[in-house]
Write a protein that binds this ligand. Structure first.
Ligand SMILES: N[C@@H](CCC(=O)N[C@@H](CS)C(=O)NCC(=O)O)C(=O)O
Length: 206
């Protein structure tokens, strides 16, 4: 979304599987995303957004200035510390079902070291979903006043939270946002952007 926002449409994507991370070995770490731009590379979503903003200052801004960047850092921390763990707690079992069968044994062993038995994540999803939705209330209040976290147009802050919801949309078996929720409407607007770019991401049901 950040690349599209910047109008940097001429990019390719390299699939990386859980078991074989050799395509990103050059980055000396094992997580995606990694952005390669000519002879420069950057890993970590936040660092990538900052790189794009600084390397392409004449393109549409992701932060709207240094104060916007500073505030987006808070949204990044809120999403990573609160939203992502809350959602993982709900969709870990679904995510397991979505893993490539060839990666499944590796995935189970690795995730169970972090999260305990995957089977327990089949239970209590409805209750956990209610409390996760409640934790998004500050965003709901904000979107009651404006179209996007960026104001009248989307900014990187929007794409941060959107990434979490898109993850659930792609690997989950059900909608994490209720019809009528302003956050769901906001999500639909982002899915429509860039000619429906994010809508084209594969999901477990497609
Ligand atoms: N804070 C990092 C998180 C990187 C991260 O954990 N990426 C996940 C995918 S979104 C990953 O590579 N997971 C591989 C694994 O957990 O084994 C970012 O925002 O880029």
């Amino acid at each position: 979304m950040a690349l599209k926002h910047k109008g940097l449409d001429d990019f390719g994507r390299v699939p990386v599987s859980f078991r074989d991370r050799s395509p990103i070995a050059f980055s000396n770490q094992d997580r995606i995303p990694v952005l390669v731009d000519g002879d420069h590379w950057v890993n970590d979503s936040w660092e990538i957004a900052c790189y794009l903003e600084d390397a392409y200052p004449d393109r549409p801004t992701l932060f709207g200035g240094e104060m916007g960047r500073a505030e987006a850092l808070f949204i990044n921390a809120w999403t990573q510390q609160i939203q992502n763990p809350g959602l993982i707690n709900i969709i870990l079992w679904d995510a397991f079902q979505a893993v490539d069968p060839a990666d499944r044994d590796w995935w189970r062993e690795d995730r169970e070291k972090r999260y305990g038995s995957l089977e327990i994540y089949q239970n209590g999803k409805d209750e956990k979903l209610v409390s996760w939705r409640q934790s998004l209330e500050p965003m709901r209040v904000t979107l009651g006043e404006q179209q996007y976290l960026g104001g009248e147009t989307p900014a990187y802050a929007d794409y941060i939270v959107f990434g979490t919801i898109q993850f659930a949309r792609c690997v989950g078996q059900y909608d994490v946002l209720e019809p009528g929720d302003p956050i769901r409407d906001w999500c639909e607007r982002l899915l429509d952007m860039f000619d429906g770019f994010a809508r084209q991401a594969p999901t477990v049901t497609t």
